[in-house]
Design a binder for this molecule. Structure first.
Ligand code: SF4
Ligand code: SF4
Length: 138
C-alpha cells in the first residue's frame, strides 16, 4: 500500500493492483495517530478536531478509522473505493497503511493467488475473516 521506489518494488512478492484490498477490509482496527489525523485534516481542508470526529472513533483507548458497509467483506475502511478496491486517500493514508505489510510477502496476496490456481478461476475471491486471540488464553 505504500509508495514504493521501483528497485524496492521488484523485491516485493505481492501486487496490490491484483488484490481486493483484504488489508483495508478484514481488520476491524486501523489505528490513527495524532499525526495521521493532522495529515487527514490537511487533505480535506478541515480542522484536526473535525477530521478526528468525522473519520475516526475510539476503540477502548485506541483511535481508529471509521468503517462502512462493504459488498465483499461486510465491512471495510470508510476510505476504500468498493468498485476499484483502492484507497481514496492514498497520499493521506495513516502510517499503519503505509507500513503494511512489513515483509516482502503479503499473506493475503499469497492466499488469493493460491485459491485462483486451486479453483482454476482467475477471478475467484476467497473471503476470509480474521480475529485474534492470545494462544496462552484458556
Ligand atoms: S492485502 Fe496485501 S496485496 Fe492486498 S492490497 Fe493489501 S497489502 Fe496489497
Ligand atoms: S486509509 Fe486507505 S489504505 Fe488505509 S485502510 Fe483505509 S482504504 Fe486502506
Amino acid at each position: 500500500m505504500g509508495l514504493i521506489p521501483s528497485p524496492a518494488r521488484k523485491a516485493l512478492k505481492y501486487d496490490c493492483d491484483k488484490c481486493v484490498a483484504y488489508c483495508c477490509s478484514i481488520y476491524d482496527r486501523v489505528q490513527v495517530t495524532p499525526r495521521d489525523i493532522r495529515r487527514l485534516a490537511a487533505h480535506f481542508g478541515l480542522l484536526p478536531e473535525v477530521a478526528s470526529q468525522r473519520f475516526t472513533k475510539l476503540f477502548g483507548k485506541e483511535r481508529i478509522l471509521r468503517r462502512k458497509a462493504d459488498r465483499l467483506f461486510g465491512q471495510a475502511c470508510m476510505f476504500l473505493n468498493q468498485e476499484t478496491r483502492k484507497c481514496t486517500i492514498y497520499n493521506a493514508r495513516p502510517s499503519v497503511c503505509r507500513e503494511f505489510p512489513t515483509t516482502s510477502r503479503c499473506a493475503y496476496y499469497d492466499l488469493i493467488e493460491f485459491e485462483r490456481e486451486q479453483q482454476d478461476d482467475p477471478d475467484v475471491i476467497p473471503l476470509v475473516k480474521i480475529t485474534f486471540r492470545n494462544g496462552k488464553e484458556k
